[in-house]
Design a protein around this ligand. Sequence first.
Ligand code: F6P
Length: 355
Amino acid sequence: MAKRIALLTGGGDCPGLNPAIRGAVLQAASLGYECIGMLEGWKGMIEGTYRPLSAADVEEIVGKGGTILGTSRTNPYKKENGQQRVMETFKKHKIDALIAMGGEDTLGVANKLYKDFGANVVGVPKTMDNDLSATDYTFGFDTAATIAVDAAERLRDTGRSHRRVMVLEVMGRHAGWVALFTGIAAGADYVCLPERPVDVKDMTAKLKAAHARKNVALVVASEAIELPGDKQEEKLDEFGHMILKARGVAERLTEVIQKETGIETRSAVIGHIQRGGPPTLFDRMLGTRVGVKAAQLVHEGKFGHMVAQKGDQIVAVSLAEAVGTLKTVDKDWLKLLDTLTGATTAAAAQPAGAR
Ligand code: F6P
């Protein structure tokens, strides 16, 4: 009988999951394994619900958004006997190894199961937030930022017609990568990141100057930024994370900007639109490569590891290392951003002769 690999996708979905599932299944099939797909993340492992995953089942999913397996934010360690039930599912359904695709939370559970029970798990990093430190990039990020750039440019068009300041709120949780890349690639006049408090004075000066030059100014803001006078949002998910979508950052930032600049300001929240649609070329390639590598790690018996992109290579890193620290925007990136958004304002402030 062929050995059996189970796959699951947990946490927020993102473009690139289907290419990763396809890569893993095709590689596993060529190594002689049978694959099954657990439904809705760790929920499927707790309840033992799954669907077969043959090579034919995945051959046409590389360009599809979402995940054909469904997902959830279920944490087995927060359910009654959840972790034991997961381990029973391994036995009951004759699962030899599990490939868990997810972010910090999903992989954190995989790491715990490996440590607590010696479970045969391999991790595949995914998140549009790009906040896992053990890998250069996670699939989902490129597509999300690409969609957000398009949204930002559309906002600027309408903003220019009405001579407004436009604010785009993007996702990204406590890492500002989506906002940073969107802001740089769309040529935003100001970018607000969770990595540093919003400097209202600096922002106001730059937006006023940009608006005076171009009749429009564009701001990209990450959903987790702190505004002066902000109170912490209390609603938490099963992994203890703040549910950020209820914070209304864009609206509050809009009020601040309008008050401080005196310029009419409008905002838009792109939200889950960033997580849908076909993956970009980059995410299809990365998803495929990490999926293939994950099946190879199973074959080599390298459990307790996660696949990661390091430079041009796809390598194995320990799961413990992978879930250890969050990757946030560092000071070099902040410096680059400030150079880009500060140069025109600084030049305009100089006397004509000095330019
Ligand atoms: O972690 C991915 C992410 O898209 C975050 O950027 C965002 O804060 C969160 O998920 C939204 O989660 P949900 O889909 O549960 O609303």
